[in-house]
Design a protein around this ligand. Structure first.
Ligand SMILES: *Cc1c(COP(=O)(O)O)cnc(C)c1O
Length: 421
């Protein structure tokens, strides 16, 4: 461990455990660096094959017809993510909006969508229409929804997927655990799920919510049998630089349909000015494999350190990763609040503010959140949150650089130690 005397002070015990934790991560870090090197090469090749030039970095105004930068960015994303086609837009306001655009783009009245990974991410419930009022959900437009749970050990029920696919238009898979404690699904597992679905119904559309997953492995879901996937640019593929936006990638015919939903029938992908967004979206995508690797390393270190400190974590520090999230069971409200204070103190922005639990709309328990980010709500940047209820788990993600991510984690552990004095 580097000597940070004069900058930060940590207890000798914590520094010793941190040294051991980092030692425990060595093999995992080596694997992460290999994945990073491959993904950086993949992205660079996509830039050069598509002849990205300075003219692509400036944008358009008004209708945005013939926006070269926008159209070429779609191609760069498609190639690097192993997809036939992609739609990348700063007008997609969040991950939820992007996923919603894809679902409304592809599904029609009378269709059935089946989630085969249990309950979807919270915000998708209102899009689907299983929660909330009269707001224009898929259900109100005549799209039915069913849900298949994962098996008790968190693995997919392949036989049931095959059976469910027979009467479905779309099989919906969520790669990352989001804010649940189930394991995240590797790209290889998603491939097997897609194969099971297609065995039941060769026509079924396999869709993946890819949020938090991009560039954590060397392949993406559309390379192993998924038809379409989507994610947020203030998570992994924005590289910590894109200030907003989302992407949809996969089969060309389906991406075209999503384009008609993103703007309107007839116009589709040919309109939508980029103003001054292109440069940030290109630069962010270029940085993404490196920023994601730093976030995954931060996640491994967090798990290793808190395992040393005696707290259960999922995944374990040396488990194979498919997303950037770690959940740590802290066991008490005091620990959870202290942890979040430490993360906040280790942030580059708003490090002087103190996070407090609050009653967030839509949640049954109070929630505490720590985030001192350059982009509001960006969770490829170091951030942590958790509800104030048993077992007082905290979900940690991000870290644009490993060394600063590690400092945030150390400050969180130190804050827990200080709170006990
Ligand atoms: C973040 C996330 C979403 C939604 O993204 P927002 O940008 O918060 O709307 C959906 N699914 C998963 C798995 C996510 O992690």
């Amino acid at each position: 461990m580097t000597d940070l005397t004069g900058l930060y002070s940590f207890s000798p015990r914590l520094l010793e455990l941190a040294g051991q934790a980092e030692e425990k991560c060595r093999e995992a870090f080596r694997r992460i660096e290999e994945i990073q090197a491959y993904n950086e090469a993949k992205v660079l090749k996509a830039f050069s094959d598509n002849r990205v030039s300075s003219a692509h970095l400036v944008g358009t105004t008004g209708y945005g017809y013939d926006d070269m930068g926008r159209d070429n960015l779609d191609k760069v994303f498609a190639q690097a993510l192993g997809a036939e086609d992609a739609l990348v837009r700063h007008q997609l306001v969040s991950g939820t909006h992007t996923l919603s655009t894809a679902l409304f783009g592809v599904l029609r009245a009378g269709d059935t969508m089946v989630s085969v990974t249990g309950a979807p991410y919270d915000t998708m419930e209102e899009v689907i229409g299983i929660r909330g009022g009269n707001t224009g959900s898929l259900r109100e437009f005549g799209v039915s929804y069913r849900q298949l749970e994962l098996l008790p050990d968190g693995t997919p029920d392949y036989e049931a997927i095959e059976r469910e696919a027979k009467t479905a238009k779309m099989v919906y898979i969520q790669r990352s655990r989001g804010y649940s404690l189930r394991p995240s699904l590797t790209v290889e597992t998603i491939g097997k799920m897609a194969a099971a679905a297609k065995k039941g119904n060769p026509e079924v559309i396999v869709f993946v919510d890819n949020c938090y997953g991009e560039f954590v492995e060397t392949k993406e879901p559309v390379e192993v049998g998924a038809d379409l996937m989507a994610g947020s640019l203030i998570k992994n593929p924005g590289g910590g630089i894109a200030p907003t936006g989302g992407y949809i990638a996969g089969r060309h015919d389906l991406v075209e349909l999503c384009g008609y939903r993103a703007t309107c029938p007839g116009i589709g992908r040919e309109s939508g000015c980029t103003q001054d967004q292109n440069r940030g979206l290109y630069l962010g995508f270029f940085h993404a494999p490196s920023a994601v690797a730093n976030a995954v390393k931060t996640s491994c270190f967090a798990c290793a350190l808190f395992e040393e400190l005696g707290y259960p974590t999922t995944p374990k520090c040396d488990d194979y990763r498919t997303d950037i999230i770690a959940a740590i069971e802290l066991g008490s409200a005091e620990n959870l609040c202290a942890f979040c204070r430490g993360i906040q103190a280790g942030s580059p922005v708003d490090s002087h503010v103190t996070p407090e639990p609050w009653a967030m709309p839509g949640y049954s328990d109070e929630v505490i959140m720590a985030a001192g980010t350059f982009t509001m709500g960006a969770s490829l940047e170091l951030s942590a949150d958790g509800p104030l209820r048993e077992p007082y788990s905290v979900w940690v993600q991000g870290g644009l650089t490993y060394n600063t991510g590690k400092l945030g984690i150390l400050l969180a552990a130190q804050a827990m130690e200080d709170a006990k004095k």
